[in-house]
Design a protein. Structure first.
Length: 338
């Protein structure tokens, strides 16, 4: 599990140090406060836990962020500058953290340090981006490999994971329960033929390109659970689960995430959605280990953070503040009509 993230002069962060829950981490904040950057940086590190992966940390960061050059990830300032990030993790039963760090300069020089980070073990890290990719899967990998597409590497990674073969053998009770929830929500199951994904039900097979995008998101979850990419010990990063999702499906998403956490998946989500937060608040139990992280600009325009298990104590909370303002405006408008 990921335990901590430190950054100095890295992208939007000048100095930040965040400790995470082994369960669910919900990241909120206004646009430009670094929610996606935080998850991308940690995901890049997680992608290298399996020592058979032939990439260095700076190479993976470059692929995930896709800057013009690696030095562009250094926080903007006058003149030359340098920055660094360190990600910490701990295996179950261990007492000390392992770590990986990348120092970089505006002159594109990098230095990588690792303290027991990589192991000879299968480790799954999954990043679900805002944009659905399964409808674009046919031919994507070959075009990407020929550099005919300008996409961040997270898009290729999620397609590769969706194409992993379905696990053989009898379903575990946990997987059967999760797939049952999703089957009911999308009215079918997900199948793949010739690099095309379909929703299969009694009416036949409907290609993902013809599905509502909200169903595509749930279909992706179905596939990742079906092929055991999301399983005990895996780490899920999901950027704005609410995007293109009808609010009535938010309860299903939250239910799935809580179930995944109970089965040993660590979860990071970034959200702007009041309804999603409320669904978590209503459904969560103490054993779910939810930690909220607020990223915000202070009076000096420096990004800071607050972490708390108590949603009611979140401050500043742009989501609740906006809904409170809308409610107040509605009341004032009603009073004017009296």
């Amino acid at each position: 599990m990921i335990t901590r993230f430190k950054a100095t002069n890295f992208t939007v962060f000048t100095d930040i140090d965040i400790t995470f829950s082994p369960g669910i981490n919900i990241i909120i904040g206004k646009n430009g406060t670094g929610k996606t950057h935080l998850m991308k940086a940690i995901y890049a590190a997680c992608s290298l836990i399996d020592k058979r992966v032939d990439r260095t940390f700076d190479q993976k960061l470059n692929g995930v962020f896709m800057p013009n050059s690696i030095g562009r990830l250094v926080h903007r300032s006058k003149g030359r500058n340098s920055g660094s990030i360190t990600v910490y993790r701990r295996n179950e039963g261990e007492m000390k953290d392992r770590s990986i760090s990348c120092s970089l300069t505006t002159l594109n020089k990098t230095e990588i340090k690792s303290n027991g980070w990589s192991e000879d073990t299968r480790s799954e890290a999954v990043f679900i981006p805002v944009k659905d990719m399964l409808a674009n899967a046919p031919g994507f990998r070959s075009l990407f490999s020929r550099k005919e597409l300008a996409y961040e590497e997270i898009y290729l990674d999620i397609i590769d994971k969706a194409f992993l073969p379905v696990a053989r053998g009898k379903l575990t009770p946990e997987r059967e329960r999760l797939l049952g929830i999703l089957n009911k929500a999308i009215s079918g199951k997900v199948v793949e033929k010739n690099e095309t994904f379909y929703l299969k039900n009694r009416a036949g097979e409907l290609e993902f390109a013809l599905l509502a995008e909200g169903f595509r998101k749930l279909g992706l979850l179905y596939r990742l659970i079906q092929n055991e990419t999301l399983t005990r010990g895996s780490i899920l990063f999901w950027d704005e689960p609410e995007a293109n999702l009808n609010p009535h499906l938010s309860q299903t998403v939250v239910r799935i995430l809580l179930e995944l956490q109970k089965t040993g998946t660590q979860i990071f989500i970034a959200t702007h959605d009041y309804i999603l937060l409320k669904e978590f608040e209503l459904a969560a139990k103490e054993e779910n280990e939810i930690l909220y992280h607020v990223l915000y600009h202070n009076e000096n325009d420096v990004i800071k953070h607050i972490s708390t298990p108590d949603r009611d104590s979140l401050s500043p909370n742009a989501i609740d503040e906006t809904y409170a303002r809308i409610l107040d405006d509605e009341i004032q408008k009603g009073l004017k009509g009296l």
